[in-house]
Design a protein. Structure first.
Length: 222
């Protein structure tokens, strides 16, 4: 496949770029300051906040010249900018709906249901989201609602677990749907490297669900 990764220099986007390239896919690494290297990786400068430039890049009319088969949206803003996140997501969905391109949005854990209370979102559960992070979690919820409200686009929203950061690529994870998962050790976490594995797995073998999540899975005892 040709996979466009929007936010290709970020924590998740850079690892998705590496993982997809290592599996033999052609990767359009889209970011404001283009970067990325490896087999099949084509860096391209795209300002995600410029709808026209983003549309041109995803349609294949920018300098790289090839329209993608799938788009990974891996953009985040700190502090939270809900309007930006929703606008970028809507633009990608608009273009992809017209072209029949699959979209995978790497969203936030806040959009998941709390494992202790399925009537409560993680974004509203202080056990997982402290007050200072609530705006970021709420932006992720708005992003998922933007996907659900879009008619015609082929999308999947992947929520990471509660904790995500750089680490080891083990290739092991457990997949779920719309409820926060915890591992055997009681923690809800995954490395950015293993999240990238899950992203590319989902693009290669799409599941039927629109909202999915993953969590680290420990190695089986010898």
């Amino acid at each position: 496949m040709t996979i466009a990764v929007l936010g290709a220099t970020g924590t998740v986007g850079s690892r998705v770029t590496t993982e997809a390239g290592a599996r033999g896919h052609r990767v359009l690494a889209l970011s404001r300051k283009p970067a990325g290297e490896g087999p099949g990786v084509v860096p391209a400068a795209v300002d995600a906040g410029d709808p026209r430039a983003l549309r041109e890049a995803l349609a294949g009319s920018a300098a790289h010249g090839t329209a993608p088969d799938a788009v990974v949206v891996a953009v985040r803003t700190f502090p939270a900018d809900r309007e930006f996140l929703v606008g970028v997501t809507r633009t990608v969905l608009d273009v992809s709906a017209r072209r029949g391109t699959r979209v995978l949005v790497v969203g936030g854990a806040g959009a998941l249901r709390s494992p202790g209370d399925r009537d409560r979102l993680v974004a509203d559960d202080p056990a997982y989201v402290p007050a200072e992070h609530r705006a970021v979690a709420a932006a992720g919820v708005a992003q998922l609602r933007t996907c659900r409200a879009h008619a015609g686009a082929d999308w999947v929203y992947l929520s990471p677990p509660a904790l995500l950061g750089p680490g080891e690529r083990t290739g092991r994870y457990r997949r779920g749907t719309d409820t926060l998962l915890t591992g055997a050790d009681g923690r809800s976490w995954i490395s950015a490297e293993d999240l990238a594995v899950a992203v590319v797995d989902e693009l290669e073998t799409p599941g039927p669900e629109r909202h999915v999540t993953v969590v680290h899975r420990a190695a089986e005892p010898a």
